[in-house]
Design a protein around this ligand. Structure first.
Ligand code: HEM
Length: 208
């Protein structure tokens, strides 16, 4: 039976919007890092000039707006899940703070996830996209190589952060217990998975 209270319905809608936008964002991030970086290395300059001005603006549009909607829907989801009690209004609820006023395990996990997600969103909007805009508009001039390197570096950082960030998104509602060891394992596993994917991306898919 469907729940008919407004909070459950709005929460589900925000959860869905958050995850579908997150897939769009991180999907493009992985396309850039696992597919496009190795591909670009194998293209000659003439092909790059033909392909990139058509490919990159499209891909970067979904990438940056995916990031924006993910953040906004994520913040609304946070407010409704941790900062709202029906009948009482806004303020930290029992999902965020326990009876003794300490952060719950769920709150600790989502704080880690949101911190990493926020850093990633910041990198997209204030470093990667402005750099790419300069490169694509031809305004980078003789700084092009430096700007490309900086954008690529922060894109790599975001790719590494995405591994632990996703543990921080999934653990709150589906795992619970949090202590320094569980957080450390999540961070290490997340980084190792991305490291493996980057290493593998240099070798796979060059033939069928
Ligand atoms: C940008 C900053 C982000 C913020 C502020 C944020 C916030 C949140 C919040 C508050 C939740 C609910 C946690 C709970 O139910 O206890 C959540 C869950 C989730 N988020 Fe994020 N998030 C961010 C980035 C991302 C990204 C980039 C993805 C990539 C796909 C993502 C995927 C998810 C998933 C899969 C869930 C779990 C949904 C569930 O278990 O029902 N989030 N996020």
């Amino acid at each position: 039976m469907a729940l008919n209270d407004w909070l459950s319905n709005v929460q589900l809608l925000m959860r869905w919007l958050h995850v579908i936008a997150g897939i769009t964002w991180i999907g493009h991030l992985y396309f850039f890092n696992f597919v496009n970086v190795p591909l670009q290395g194998s293209l000659d300059d003439a092909t790059k000039k033909l392909v990139n001005p058509k490919l990159m603006p499209r891909a970067l549009w979904w990438f940056r707006w995916g990031a924006m909607i993910t953040l906004l829907a994520g913040l609304i989801l946070f407010a409704l899940t941790y900062m709202y009690t029906p009948g009482k209004g806004f303020g930290a609820n029992s999902t965020f703070l326990d009876e003794s006023g300490k952060l719950t395990a769920r709150a600790i996990w989502i704080s880690m996830g949101m911190l990493l997600g926020f850093i990633m969103w910041f990198n997209v909007w204030f470093i990667i996209w402005p750099s790419q805009k300069k490169l694509l508009s031809g305004k980078a001039g003789d700084k092009a190589a430096e700007i490309r390197k900086r954008a690529g570096f922060f894109s790599r950082i975001n790719t590494f952060l995405s591994g632990p960030m996703l543990f921080g998104m999934l653990a709150p509602a589906h795992y619970g217990a949090s202590n320094p060891a569980t957080l450390l394992v999540a961070i290490v596993l997340g980084v190792i998975a991305i490291w493996w994917a980057i290493k593998t991306s240099a070798k796979v898919g060059t033939s069928v």
